[in-house]
Design a protein around this ligand. Structure first.
Ligand SMILES: *Cc1c(COP(=O)(O)O)cnc(C)c1O
Length: 429
């Protein structure tokens, strides 16, 4: 399978090159040259397939012959070593829980898949790739855990000092080995800008820099599996399915749209955002205006210029009308999010963390227009990762899962970085 740069359709590379490069040399995001529709039978029989079999069928056409079948199956088995339960929250509203992996964030899937692809591509080489990742919270931990100990890959994580939760910080600063955490004096956008600048910096070319943000196709594409798992669980209800994704960089929801293109019968997508409302504003006005990010209680979605939005536009051929038929986007304040967390807990006993609660709000709003539908939101992180918000607002104490307990006593190790020149100096060491 070939991938082209969204900045220049004539620039094409293999799956392997796209994964290793992250971004095209012209700074465009890579996009698959074709999308293979799966046979109807696969969807009719989906309950007879295991999660790993579903994943293999979805992703294999995107990989082509660049990873042998047996190796790809092994990578998938190692990636999907946990469950994706669908839990009833309200009448006709379900939560697809994506937080049962090693760092309790949905990004575990993409990080584990990408690291293993990279390890396979580097198997006979003596070279080291340096993976740069800017994180607003959850990506860093998932990437650190997913890449820990992977041969031929050094990981450098940039996170905004004081703007991630205690647990998130521990998850990305306590592992050691091939993982280094840089504590940036700034906000998430500053971290992302430094990463972008490093990719453009010719002095750093020899470092074989790549990205593990959802711009990397191996991080992004496996996220389509989730939507198949929700369908597998909810198909028997026999109603149109609406999904709401709490969205930041819009990688998850864009993977959902790919799932639909492959043939998955999803009727409507809702991108639910916090105060960072660039996309809701675009849908309202037809004009895309990137904004500086605003800090919120759903901090993994504090993104003012969602990097995957160009992929979504490509999927709809930049046709705003076609896009709006399938897709809505709503923004919610922190106060609304807190109220939703309380309401969900009061009516069903379900504990949603802030990102899931934003997803819930968007779903409820959209479902007013589709009375006969069933909806599912993606619950993208375990509530324990946002306990500072969850515990006081719900008046409960959360039990600490074993995955989290294991990082709580480890010591934080980070390097403070104030600006790009310090960052570059670090990379050149
Ligand atoms: C990353 C993240 C999101 C946003 O996902 P995108 O694919 O960037 O839209 C939502 N919730 C949590 C908990 C996250 O970590």
């Amino acid at each position: 399978m070939q991938y082209y740069s969204l900045n220049n359709p004539n620039h094409k590379v293999s799956f392997q090159e796209a994964v290793i490069q992250g971004l095209a040399p012209d700074r465009g995001l890579y996009f698959p040259e074709s999308i293979t529709v799966l046979p109807n039978d696969f969807f009719n029989q989906i309950e007879n397939y295991s999660n790993q079999e579903i994943a293999f069928n979805c992703i294999q056409p995107f990989v082509g012959d660049e990873i042998p079948t047996e190796v790809l199956k092994q990578i998938i088995a190692e990636t999907l070593c946990f469950d994706f339960p669908v839990v009833a929250v309200d009448e006709n509203i379900y939560s697809l829980e994506l937080f049962h992996g090693p760092t309790m964030a949905f990004k575990d899937v993409g990080a584990r898949f990408m690291s293993r692809c990279l390890a396979y591509f580097n198997r006979d080489k003596n070279q080291t790739n340096t993976v740069l990742v800017a994180t607003s919270g959850d990506t860093g931990g998932a990437v650190a855990s997913g890449f820990l100990g992977v041969k031929g890959v050094d990981v450098v994580i940039l996170y905004p000092s004081g703007k991630v939760s205690d647990i998130q910080e521990r998850q990305l600063t306590t592992l050691g080995q091939n993982i280094t955490a840089l504590e940036i004096d700034g906000v998430f956008d500053d971290c992302q800008d430094m990463v972008k600048k490093a990719f453009l910096d010719e002095d750093l070319t020899y470092k074989n820099l790549t990205s593990a943000n959802s711009i990397n196709i191996a991080r992004w594409l496996p996220q389509m599996f989730y939507f198949f798992y929700a369908y597998k669980a909810l198909k028997k209800l026999n109603k149109p399915l609406i999904t709401s994704c709490p969205s930041g960089n819009f990688g998850n929801i864009c993977a959902g749209i790919i799932a639909k293109k492959i043939g998955l019968p999803l009727s409507h997508f809702v991108a639910s955002t916090n105060a960072n409302d660039t996309v809701p504003q675009f849908l309202a006005t037809g004009k895309y205006t990137a904004k500086p990010s605003v800090a919120t209680i759903s901090n993994a979605m504090d993104v003012g210029n969602p990097s995957n939005f160009v992929r979504i536009q490509e999927l709809y051929n930049n046709d705003l009308n076609a896009f709006q038929k399938d897709f809505s986007s709503y923004s919610f304040t922190d106060d609304e999010t807190l109220e939703a967390m309380k309401l969900i807990h009061k009516t069903s006993g379900y504990v949603a963390e802030p990102h899931g609660a934003v997803g819930y709000l968007g779903l409820v709003k959209e479902m007013e227009k589709h009375q006969d539908s069933v909806g599912f939101l993606l619950e993208t992180a375990h509530p324990i990762k946002f306990l500072d918000v969850v515990e006081p607002v719900l008046g409960i104490q959360l039990a600490v899962p074993t995955q989290i307990e294991s990082v709580l006593n480890k010591e934080k190790v980070s390097i403070k970085i104030a600006n790009y020149s310090e960052f570059k100096k670090f990379l050149l060491q």
